[in-house]
Design a protein around this ligand. Structure first.
Ligand code: ADP
Ligand code: MG
Length: 241
């Protein structure tokens, strides 16, 4: 579905990504782990061009996102949704309006249809009863579940998650991970930057570890956690567990 070859990203002289290579198959769930500052967010943000890559290729629907003109990339990027650590819901809009806004404004979906879809999504994330609430009336975990529903409303085929539970109180992490597990089980293609090793172990098909600007480990969860080959990954895991 996505083929990344030699992806590079520099900020001035700082080379953050030095040649990322990875192929992502439809329906695959890939967990991305690594120390703070290693470039996990930069990688996700390059994939959907929130950051402009410095080099390499990202093939998605036969379009190279690195070199194609915006007219082409904008079109195919509609297929990618993203969820951030900070939920960034519109504070002055209700839950329902938050979810309906982009489909109506960006995709030109009719209001009735958008509302129907929004209600289905609220059901998916278990928050049907919050349709008329405002974001500040919700817990962090509920807000993040709404943010996921909002992203899904654009009917993406790939979802990028950048530490979606890192800003949450511990007791709310589970409800968000449960929604993500459900999405994964339903066949969504997902790239998930996370420190939740339990989620990576349970829900991911593959786990990758980024170090020194490249992917140094890319394996099935059982292998990744039980027999890490890379020395830095071994250190990283020993500190996590
Ligand atoms: P991670 O998500 O793995 O913690 P990031 O991708 O956020 O790491 O950052 C990787 C490196 O790139 C860090 O050294 C960070 O300071 C730097 N960086 C990230 N974004 C920018 C930016 N917009 N301008 C300059 N440097 C940046
Ligand atoms: Mg980050």
């Amino acid at each position: 579905m996505i083929s990344v070859k030699g992806l590079q990203k520099n900020f001035g002289k700082h080379e953050v990504l030095k040649g990322i290579d990875i192929d992502i198959q439809p329906g695959e769930v890939v967990a991305i782990v690594g120390p703070s500052g290693c470039g996990k967010s930069t990688f996700l943000r390059c994939l959907n061009l929130l950051e402009k890559p410095s080099g390499g290729r990202i093939l998605y629907h036969d379009v190279d996102l690195v070199s194609a003109p915006p007219k082409q990339t904008n079109q195919v990027l509609l297929g990618m949704g993203m969820v951030f650590q900070q939920f960034n819901l519109f504070p002055h809009k209700t839950v329902l309006d938050n979810i309906m806004l982009a489909p109506v404004k960006v995709q030109g979906v009719g209001k009735q249809e958008a509302e129907q879809k929004a209600m289905e999504l609220l059901k998916t994330v278990g928050l049907e009863d919050k349709r008329d609430a405002y974001p500040n009336q919700l817990s962090g975990g509920q807000q993040q579940r709404i943010a996921i529903a909002r992203s899904l409303a654009l009917q993406p085929e790939v979802m990028l998650f950048d530490e979606p539970t890192s800003a949450l109180d511990p007791e709310m992490v589970g409800e968000v991970l449960d929604v993500m597990k459900k999405l994964a089980a339903d066949g969504m293609t997902m790239l998930v930057v996370t420190h939740e090793m339990g989620f990576a172990r349970e829900a991911a098909d593959r786990v990758i570890f980024i170090d020194g600007g490249v992917i140094v480990e890319d394996s099935a969860p059982e292998e990744f956690f039980a027999h890490p080959k890379n020395k830095r990954l071994q250190d990283f895991l020993s500190k996590m567990l």
